[in-house]
Design a binder for this molecule. Structure first.
Ligand code: TYD
Ligand code: MG
Length: 468
């Protein structure tokens, strides 16, 4: 057989194309966009200088050649609800939608030093105590350092295995050898794959490591927790695609000045999002706070002007929050408007509504608003309480004891209904409140029956008579 000159050139070009030209790919570090050409600005997400060069044959070779699953009847798929692993931390289970789902991949983000490693080591300790084989992989601490922390947290379980490693290949081998049911990766930014030349923490490494962990946890039904650092804007460092790859995204938040920590669900494929769990950092690790309302209002002094209490909803849970304001005459320069824990635009809007609809002018007053306990309140249901607190401080009169308020306020001063009025009222009653001021429209559709007095109002004009 004779091979023509043309054919020879064609074969040569094919080999060149496969082994030299096609091997290099450029990936956008922010959104994961792929291109064979270098780009200064990503055509997909428009970020500058975000291209990173990698070899195309080295991206998740294993994931490209996996078995094709067969479609099955929905009725034949086994349910996971009764197989969830429950931990002694009911606050932790709550954020996951009622326990850890086997085979699920959970990403936990948070500022450095907030307590992510502590929380997960405690969870590992409790779970492994029930003879569930657990592997805790740390790329940041040595086994001795983890042991030291475990001693402080009084964790001593036979089924808890520790691995100090930063390469995904070593981790995969250990998973195959051990077959754990629970896996913790602390943290994804310290892990790397030997197949990629880039440094740990780079976008291609984070995507590669996460996709390999995802594959192994789904194949072997391992519950996996991945710890991720956050950027200075508060999002988990890595491509946006990272949050889509996992089933659940949790954020561990807290103020360094307070010992309270809040675990917040940002995304959950197995339960409601916006759920929160409250913890307190103590000398012996994290302790759950079963009744958060009481801690956020227990230091309140009812006789003080400018203080009001609102039952806010955090996911499906009501929490009582104290809103404080300080309205004082400004004698020098521009009056100040400062809010902590509240949206400043919403606060300005409410101040304008007070001025226009109640005829109370605060334009020459400094106004400071604060949500106590380092909490953030974003829901409009707090409007009525913010207005009550501003009026109370402006008039230097304390709101009557035992009153709590909730309701959204519109631009015409009308009070609008909010969601879950029953849950809010029940929480306030539980904490000893005797009167609630709420939107009239909510009052009409209420199924709540109790001793607490309810006043439905439809305009903020009615508020002054009721709160003082
Ligand atoms: P850590 O879990 O290491 O934070 P992260 O993994 O999010 O970076 O938490 C470290 C902080 O927690 C550190 O400031 C000390 C504090 N801490 C306690 O107050 N009590 C304890 O029992 C432990 C273990 C830590
Ligand atoms: Mg840590």
């Amino acid at each position: 057989m004779r091979i023509g000159f043309k054919n020879l050139i064609w074969i040569f070009i094919t080999i060149l194309d496969r082994y030299l030209l096609m091997k290099m790919l450029y990936i956008c570090k922010v959104c994961g966009y792929e291109s064979v050409k270098w780009f200064g600005r990503c055509p997909q997400c428009q970020s500058w200088n975000s291209s990173e060069q990698i070899r195309s044959d080295r991206i998740s070779q294993k994931t490209r050649h996996r078995e094709i699953p067969k479609a099955q009847r929905l009725s034949e798929v086994s349910s996971l609800s009764d197989k969830r692993i429950r931990t002694p931390f009911s606050e932790f289970d709550r954020t996951l939608g009622g326990g850890i789902v086997p085979g699920s991949l959970v990403l936990i983000g948070g500022d450095p030093g907030i307590g992510k490693s502590t929380l997960l080591l405690q969870v590992c300790g409790c779970v492994s105590d029930r003879d569930i084989k657990t592997l805790y992989v740390s790329g940041e601490e040595s086994p001795q350092q983890i042991k030291l922390r475990a001693e402080r947290l009084k964790i001593d379980s036979r089924e808890l295995y520790i691995l100090s490693s930063t390469t995904i290949e070593e981790i995969e081998e250990n998973i195959e050898r051990l077959s754990p049911q629970l896996l913790v990766i602390d943290s994804v930014q310290t892990m790397r794959s030997e197949a990629l030349p880039s440094a740990p923490g780079s976008i291609s490494q984070i995507s590669e490591v996460t996709s390999r962990i995802q594959r192994i946890s789904k194949e072997r039904h391992i519950c996996t927790f991945i710890i991720g650092h956050v950027t200075k804007h508060g999002a988990i460092a890595g491509p946006k695609a990272l949050e889509h790859m996992v089933d659940t995204v949790l954020y561990f938040e807290g103020d360094t000045y307070y010992t309270y920590r809040i675990l917040r669900t940002a995304k959950n494929r197995f339960g409601p999002s916006n759920e929160i769990g409250v913890f307190e950092m103590s000398g012996e690790g994290l302790k759950e706070v079963i009744n958060p309302s009481s801690i956020f209002i227990h230091e309140r002094r009812p006789g003080d002007s400018g203080s009001s209490v609102v039952p806010c909803m955090e996911g499906t849970r009501p929490i009582l929050v104290e809103i404080q304001s300080l309205v004082s005459p400004n004698r020098v320069g521009m009056p100040r408007r400062t809010t902590i824990g509240l949206d400043p635009n919403r606060a300005s809007l409410l101040i304008a509504i007070i001025s226009k609809r109640l005829g109370i002018d605060m334009h020459d007053h400094d106004i400071f608003l604060n949500v106590v306990g380092g909490l953030r309140v974003d829901e409009p249901a707090a409007d009525l309480s913010v207005i009550a607190s501003l009026l109370s401080s402006f008039m230097e009169r304390a709101i009557r004891e035992g009153i709590s308020l909730f309701g959204e306020v519109g631009l015409a001063g009308e009070v609008r209904g909010v969601v879950h009025p029953d849950l809010r009222i029940r929480e306030a009653e539980k904490l000893g409140f005797r009167e609630i001021i709420l939107p009239k429209s909510n009052l009409q559709s209420l199924s709540f029956r109790g001793d607490i007095k309810l006043f439905g109002i439809s305009h903020i004009k009615e508020i002054v008579k009721k709160i003082f």
